[in-house]
Design a protein around this ligand. Structure first.
Ligand SMILES: [Zn+2]
Length: 507
């Protein structure tokens, strides 16, 4: 059915006020058919009164990991390397059933839809490894709830010992031997899993669902596997996700294990930087890294709340913008952001970089933050011709927000009030591919109360397994803590945290 939004304001990044209207916007099928005043009402159309409402491009969560959706608030703030140890200990009992994987995927998808998020890039990891049943469960959840989703298999392929500096020297022999074993589910099995993901799900639901590939991080895979994934990405025109220089320890890793090269330089040397790559975080990048990224056309997924939650540091936003590097925004996983709220991410992106430079004219503007939220997100998904802008011919992924709410009263500056005032509570309707999926306070595709009840019941039943996981974590913790502290004490010449007195020669 067609949908006609009547007398509505339409977000327009190029308009002096940030919006144009009142006007009409007609959706036919999965696309915007027309925008203009007093459009004819076609037959079989649903007319939505848009008075006092604003249509925005749907928000895009450019970086996310669904497998820990059920663990929001579960961990205290910890540095990434200690955090990962606590988050996903290698216990077979932690493997989800397909039903659990389905429900937990829905959990955050519903939260996103309620806040006007229409697209998500899910760098999903699988414990202990991907199977067709769990891949199906994750994708089926996205199929059922109606969000646009791009899903990759974020799976390390080398031994834990090869991914981290110092650990080998710190561990006793028996524990070192445990971490020296590469995952049993190796390159061939992973590529088979990708074959399944792509053949079964890429382009499903009229193109609403798609596959991406993920190396997790360059130091977590072999160059051979990295090249194979890049080839898949090239062949199918799909994004390649790579966490890079999220933490100081990862910068130190380059000094220790890559002959002094940064992870970005390492990828460039492998000829694996490309416009298809999503570089996730890029906090501990120096100017040489940023020049390489800019030259490659890669996009950076910026997750400022996760970077604060894990104490990682502050990405050099202005240095990226100066080079024209496209920036997208993401929550990162629910256990490292907790709220899965892209409005909060946008606000944080609009605030944190004010501390990075005393020159206030170089602080992010609201327009730049919205550009990252909309166009940057579309670019990260490699859908810049379809998403991120409301215009005839584009996909009808949009959020409608009520301007007759406290965040917009009085309306002083739309862009700034979107970034600094709105928290998602003004969203009245979310549409993905022309289908209304959230309206009048409820997600139309999911029994939310039933979902919450079932998730609570499962969490209660799983309590004992979590306790076993904590015991496993405790076994390794002293060594990981020492590794972290050794890296933290190292000067790498980049001021990316408030506590450091690093020299600034290289930044
Ligand atoms: Zn991540």
């Amino acid at each position: 059915m067609s949908v006609l939004f009547r007398n509505v304001q339409v977000f327009d990044a190029d308009h002096p006020d940030g919006m144009a209207g009142p006007t009409d916007l007609l959706v036919r099928g999965d696309r915007i058919a027309a925008i203009g005043a007093a459009l004819d009402v076609p037959r079989a159309v649903r007319v939505i009164d848009g008075r006092s409402q604003l249509l925005l491009p749907g928000l895009i969560n450019a970086h996310f990991h669904s497998p820990v959706n059920h663990l929001k608030g579960a961990l205290p703030s910890l540095p990434l390397e200690v955090f990962m140890l606590s988050e996903s200990p290698a216990l077979a009992e932690l493997a989800p059933t397909p039903r659990e994987a389905y429900l937990r995927t829905l959990l955050a998808a519903v939260e996103m839809l309620r806040a006007g998020v229409t697209g998500v890039q899910d760098d999903a990891f699988f414990l202990p490894h991907p199977t067709p049943e769990i891949i199906d469960a994750v994708l089926q959840a996205y199929a059922d709830c109606g969000i646009r989703a791009t899903v990759a298999l974020d799976q390390p392929e080398v031994a834990e010992l090869d991914k981290l500096p110092f650990l080998s020297d710190l561990l006793p022999d028996d524990m070192r031997a445990e971490l020296a074993r590469p995952p049993a589910f190796g390159r061939a099995a992973l590529l088979e899993a990708y074959q399944y993901l792509i053949s079964r799900w890429h382009g499903a639901e009229g193109g609403r669902l798609s596959a991406a590939v993920s190396v997790s991080a360059p130091q977590r895979v072999t160059p051979d596997y990295f090249h194979a994934l890049d080839e898949l990405s090239r062949r199918h025109g799909i994004p390649l996700y790579a966490h890079m220089l999220e933490t100081k320890l990862q910068r130190v890793f380059g000094e220790e294990r890559l002959g002094g090269r940064s992870l970005v330089r390492y990828c460039a040397d492998l000829r694996l930087l490309s416009p298809r790559m999503n570089i996730i975080h890029a906090v501990w990048t120096d100017d040489d890294d940023l020049d390489l990224i800019a030259g490659s056309g890669a996009v950076v997924a910026h997750n400022p709340i996760s970077n604060l939650r894990l104490g990682s540091g502050v990405m050099p936003f202005r240095r990226l913008r100066d080079r024209g590097i496209p920036i997208a925004l993401g929550t990162d996983e629910a256990i490292a952001d907790d709220a899965v709220n892209m409005w909060a991410v946008a606000k944080m992106a609009g605030l944190i970089h004010n501390l990075s430079d005393p020159d206030y004219e170089r602080w992010p503007s609201a327009a730049e933050v919205l550009d990252a939220l909309f166009r940057g997100g579309a670019r990260a998904m490699l859908r810049q011709d379809d998403l991120g802008v409301l215009a005839a011919g584009r996909l009808a992924d949009l959020a409608m927000i009520d301007l007759d709410t406290l965040p917009f009263t009085p309306l002083n500056d739309l862009r700034r009030q979107l970034v600094y005032c709105e928290n998602g509570s003004s969203v009245t309707l979310t549409m993905v591919a022309g289908r209304v999926v959230y309206e009048a306070g409820r997600v139309t595709t999911v029994d939310e109360a039933g979902l919450r009840a079932e998730v609570r019941a499962i969490a209660q039943a799983r309590g004992q397994v979590r306790q076993a996981a904590e015991a496993e974590t405790a076994r390794w913790l002293p060594y990981y803590r020492t590794m972290y502290r050794t890296a933290a004490a190292r000067s790498v010449g980049l001021p990316r945290r408030l506590d450091t007195q690093e020299d600034t020669a290289r930044c």
